[in-house]
Design a protein around this ligand. Structure first.
Ligand SMILES: Cc1cc2nc3c(=O)[nH]c(=O)nc-3n(C[C@H](O)[C@H](O)[C@H](O)COP(=O)(O)OP(=O)(O)OC[C@H]3O[C@@H](n4cnc5c(N)ncnc54)[C@H](O)[C@@H]3O)c2cc1C
Length: 276
């Protein structure tokens, strides 16, 4: 294993282009350091990026929030700008890990680690977030809905990194998104299931975590509810949900519980928006 600490973003991008395939970016290290300790990462080239100023900061830019890739979860949940324009994001990250880990876990690290349980991803999916991906020669925008292609598989190219996450304020400001993370405890817990939900103009954006090989939108449910915003039927809703999720049984929970709890919260969110 070889460690690099490039002095600039440009040098980082050059390293990403030049180094052979087995390479990893290191931001907060809360996922990678565990793999190193467990000897699951042994001969990779590791590029440290947390000190690069271009990857930090939270800004309002016209009608969108721009969050630097290496911004920590703690910075996001305490940010005045986020609290003002997207309180849903700040509030929903309140029970992310522990205060200590949230203080060095980064937003892009959470997204790029591609865990099915990544807490930020369902939130960002309902907010219609986009990733800004940069290589030495290109900068491109990718909707988060298109980032994952399978379990731990993404569309990030070998020579690219995430430099920022953009959140249009459309859903965050005009509507009231909701989020539930179901874990074994209220603190320092990994989600057994997570659901983010927003209703807008009788349409819906709904995303789930820990219920598929990566967090994703529930398109069948969204489509069904858009046709039946006020007259949905529980059986049809459940059938749509079953098309969208593939819950598994593992050491955290079982698939029957995951399906049921997701369905219960879906109904709860729907009732709350219908009565408001
Ligand atoms: C005790 C404990 C509790 C945890 N609790 C939670 C929890 O409640 N919820 C949750 O979602 N997660 C949790 N995690 C997981 C972890 O903290 C998060 O996934 C965190 O956000 C990862 O960010 P990082 O900066 O530490 O990533 P790192 O470990 O530095 O990197 C993770 C991955 O992202 C890649 N990466 C990092 N930055 C970039 C970038 N800019 N562009 C492209 N790729 C990049 C790295 O190459 C690596 O593959 C927990 C971890 C621990 C150890």
């Amino acid at each position: 294993m070889k460690m690099y600490k490039p002095a600039t973003l440009q040098e980082t991008l050059s390293l990403l282009t030049e180094l052979p395939a087995k390479k990893l970016l290191l931001a907060g290290g809360s996922d990678i350091n565990i793999l190193i300790k467990q000897d699951k990462i042994t001969d990779e080239n590791i590029i440290y990026i947390n000190h690069l100023p271009e990857l930090h900061g939270i800004d309002m830019c016209c009608t969108k929030l721009v969050i630097g890739a290496a911004t920590t979860i703690s910075e996001i949940s305490h940010s005045g700008v986020i609290r003002q324009y997207c309180p849903f994001l700040a509030d929903s990250l309140h029970d992310f890990a522990s205060p200590l880990i949230a203080g060095f876990a980064t937003l892009a690290g959470n997204i790029a680690n591609s865990s099915p349980t990544a807490d930020t991803v369902p939130l960002l999916l309902v907010l219609d977030a986009r990733l800004v991906l940069k290589s030495l020669t290109t900068t491109r925008m990718l909707p988060l809905t298109e980032f994952y292609t399978g379990y731990k598989q993404t569309r990030l190219q070998d020579d690219e990194l995430i430099i920022a996450v953009e959140i249009p304020l459309q859903y965050a400001c005009r509507y009231k998104p909701q989020y539930i993370k179901i874990g074994s405890r209220t603190a320092l817990t990994i989600a057994k299931a997570a659901l983010a939900f927003v209703k807008y103009d009788n349409k819906f954006r709904i995303a789930a975590g820990s219920l598929n090989e990566y967090p994703r939108r529930l398109y069948s449910v969204e489509e069904y509810l858009s046709l039946h915003p006020d007259d949905y039927n529980d059986n049809d809703l459940l059938n749509a949900l079953k098309k969208d999720i593939t819950p598994i049984t593992d050491f955290r929970s079982d698939k029957e519980y995951r399906l049921q709890v997701c369905f219960n919260y879906l109904q709860k969110f729907l009732k709350s928006t219908n009565s408001s």
